[in-house]
Design a protein around this ligand. Structure first.
Ligand code: ZN
Length: 67
């Protein structure tokens, strides 16, 4: 489940405000976007993981998969 915490008042009374990653805190009425930096980072991580997997596969192939 989403455990969203308001960055302004640390309240967990946060509701999703429509679409995207936009949220509103019921306690202080503040609207905020959920961790935009983390979202970008996870997209970058996925690319890195894919790249690492490809490198591992090519390393394994050059080692001959001798099992
Ligand atoms: Zn708040």
């Amino acid at each position: 489940m989403d455990a969203l915490i308001c960055p302004t008042c640390d309240s967990t009374l946060v509701k999703r405000n429509g679409h995207l990653h936009n949220h509103q805190c019921k306690a202080c009425q503040r609207q905020f976007v959920e961790h935009p930096a983390n979202i970008a980072a996870s997209a970058e991580q996925k690319r890195l993981i894919g790249k690492l997997l490809l490198e591992r596969i090519s390393l394994g192939a050059s080692a001959g998969w001798s099992t």
